[in-house]
Design a protein around this ligand. Structure first.
Ligand code: C5P
Length: 289
């Protein structure tokens, strides 16, 4: 076998709390993550060269380590203790870019899983997650997937009771987010005022009780708190539309700007999608995975 294809699922944050800045420059996190069916399709093909290349239907992506998928391949070879094997990574992109939905991290996780298959499943899932830590903070979760709590800088993972199956509508508004800058904004704001932490334990209890209503009522994201007023208004408007169309709750995912709504019924989610598409280019209907 010299080729394999992996699905790279997007994630949403049901709950996201940012803690203290650590001496290593990262922040302590407490997050509840959920994977959704919106996915990139990552095809790996071993080649006769000694380099890693990467293309995508969204234009060619860099073939150096600034591309997390490429970085993941080099980490894999290093851990396996073999010289770099020629590899071509092709990514069929569906997950929005810079959106708080872990597109890049998920592609990287798919490369780790796919290479592990191509090289005879030499590493356990735990080892692949550990390798993912070297690639990016969200990569270990993307290797694991499903419903999980992530603490530490995001690499300490605990699988939780699966979120009840439902429809997730995602809408990415058109303003840019820079992850390190948003973390800095949290540090600065925290010195001036009290930032409210979402109740992660309440979310975990809601999951345990398999109550979609309680899950929807427990959504929270500290990054939402520190958005600029204009950005906050845009996110709030999308959230309101989602709820008006029948979402049980809505929240921004990750560092944003994507907002998601939880729908028990697909027909209501579809109506919301049609309405949001009038004002927003990137609207996606997915299911929990
Ligand atoms: O680990 P990753 O490369 O995805 O992180 C990107 C940036 O996000 C880091 O350089 C850091 O500024 C910030 N970050 C953080 N705390 C975390 C995760 C990321 O401050 N737990």
């Amino acid at each position: 076998m010299n080729s394999t294809t992996e699905k790279a699922y997007a994630k949403i944050n049901l709950s996201l709390d940012v803690g203290a800045l650590r001496p290593d420059g990262y922040h302590e996190m407490d997050m509840v993550m959920q994977s959704v069916s919106l996915c990139d399709v990552v095809t790996l093909t071993l080649t006769d060269s000694d380099t890693v290349t990467c293309t995508s239907d969204r234009g060619d992506l860099p073939s150096d380590k600034s591309n997390l998928a490429v970085k993941a391949a080099y980490c894999f070879y290093e851990a396996l203790g073999i010289p770099t094997q020629g590899l071509h990574i092709d990514i069929e992109k569906h997950i929005p870019v810079c959106a708080g939905t872990a597109g890049g991290s998920s592609d990287a996780a798919a490369v780790l899983r796919g290479l592990n298959r191509l090289f005879g499943e030499k590493f356990t899932l735990e080892k692949l997650m550990k390798l993912g830590e070297q690639v990016g903070s969200d990569v270990p979760y993307c290797v694991l997937g499903k419903t999980a709590r992530a603490t530490g800088r995001g690499e300490i993972l605990e699988t939780l009771t699966a979120m009840p199956s439902c429809h997730i509508l995602l809408c990415k508004p058109n303003f840019p987010i820079a992850t390190p800058a948003l973390f800095r904004r949290i540090d600065e704001e925290r010195e001036k005022r009290n930032l409210t932490s979402p109740d992660v334990n309440k979310m975990i209890l809601a999951l345990k009780n398999e109550s979609l209503e309680d899950i929807a009522q427990s959504l929270g994201n500290m990054f939402y708190e520190v958005l600029e007023e204009k950005e906050k208004a845009i996110v709030e408007n999308i959230g309101k539309s989602l709820v008006d169309f029948g979402a049980l709750g809505a929240q921004m995912t990750g560092t944003g700007p994507t907002v998601f709504g939880i729908f028990p019924e697909e027909n209501r989610a579809k109506l919301a999608m049609e309405a949001l598409q009038k004002d927003h280019e990137e609207v996606f209907l997915a299911k929990t995975v």
